[in-house]
Write a protein that binds this ligand. Structure first.
Ligand SMILES: [Zn+2]
Length: 330
């Protein structure tokens, strides 16, 4: 689970909608493309961002058959007008539905919804469910609003009702402008963003009110796991600040959600396995981006972890998170 894909061609939404800094692609002669944001270079990407068969071949090198794919978070565009956000989401989701229909044994899709509009998000959830996607990927915050805001609750409620899984991905990182040097938004901001999302869903009582909602946090839960002691202590020593919407100890939620295994560190992974149990840790790659685990799962194969634990990480946890039967892929 946790890999990113986009269509080879994106519409020029900025021109079509007449405002904003929507992402568009500028192809290069060497086959790569530049992701552009309002005329400014964002990131150079290679054909493995969109070439379906190249990706399957790449994965085979690491004995991995199935990829859970979702868009690149910079495409969320939650700042757009709701109807435009819906159109963009539908475009990305239709691409994923078509992909999973053509490669049912290699691709599983997580859609995108316009979180800036609760009603339109729910409409799109119902549509993607019909079109063969099994969940959604959303940002760690929505235009700087935390996921505990009541306006998002009906979206989570609809995911629970429809049986759609939710993957939380860090983006729109806090402190971005003040720490651009040394890639700090990615190295410091992203783990903090994921912890922000986990704390918001716990303290806001979202996980408490929706016990069947299946949530997975990217990058092994970011800094949430390594600071759970501090978070719990804060809950105990200042309940007047922390426990105002949910009286349950945050530690009680460990093992009730999923995380991926992207730690690049076997000791950190073992600690997370201890907190979560092996059934709640999924094999993630963040393919095809350089911060990901591009030798997919190799550090786990090379470890001393028991075979059953490895088997859980490599497939059982993801199948359970997405409520899919292994037989579908044999
Ligand atoms: Zn990612």
């Amino acid at each position: 689970m946790h890999s990113h894909i986009i269509p080879k061609k994106l519409p020029d939404w900025t021109e079509k909608f007449g405002y904003g800094k929507f992402i568009y692609l500028e192809p290069n002669r060497d086959g790569s493309a530049d992701m552009m944001q309002g005329g400014k270079f964002f990131r150079r990407i290679q054909s493995d961002c969109w070439d379906e068969s190249e990706r399957i071949t790449d994965y085979q090198k690491f004995n991995t058959q199935v990829q859970v794919v979702c868009t690149i978070p910079v495409l969320f565009s939650y700042w757009a007008k709701p109807a435009d956000g819906l159109e963009l989401s539908m475009f990305l989701n239709d691409h994923l539905s078509d992909l999973v229909a053509r490669y049912p044994k290699n691709y599983i899709g997580l859609g995108t919804v316009p979180m800036q509009d609760t009603r339109l998000s729910i409409l799109e959830l119902e549509r993607i469910k019909k079109n063969g996607l099994v969940g959604i990927q959303i940002g760690s915050n929505i235009n700087d609003l935390n996921l505990s805001e009541e306006q998002f609750f009906p979206i989570f409620e609809a995911c629970e009702r429809l049986g759609l899984a939710v993957m939380i991905h860090p983006w729109n990182m806090m402190g971005f402008e003040s720490m651009e040097k040394y890639w700090l938004p990615w190295l410091v901001g992203m783990p903090a963003e994921t912890s922000r999302a986990a704390c918001s869903l716990i303290f806001g009582g979202v996980l408490e009110r929706l016990p069947k909602l299946r949530v997975c946090f990217s990058h092994a839960g970011g800094s949430f796991m390594s600071t759970i002691g501090r978070i719990e202590h804060g809950f105990n020593c200042r309940p007047d600040l922390v426990a105002i919407d949910n009286p349950i100890n945050p530690r009680n939620y460990l093992g009730k959600f999923w995380v991926d295994c992207i730690t690049h560190d076997i000791d950190a992974l073992e600690y997370i396995l201890k907190l979560q149990g092996s059934k709640k840790v999924c094999l993630g790659s963040d393919y095809p981006f350089p911060l990901g685990d591009l030798e997919i799962g190799k550090f786990i194969e090379d470890s001393q972890l028991p075979n059953e634990t490895i088997e859980d990480i490599f497939c059982n946890s993801t199948l359970e998170w997405l409520q899919l039967d292994k037989k579908l892929f044999l």
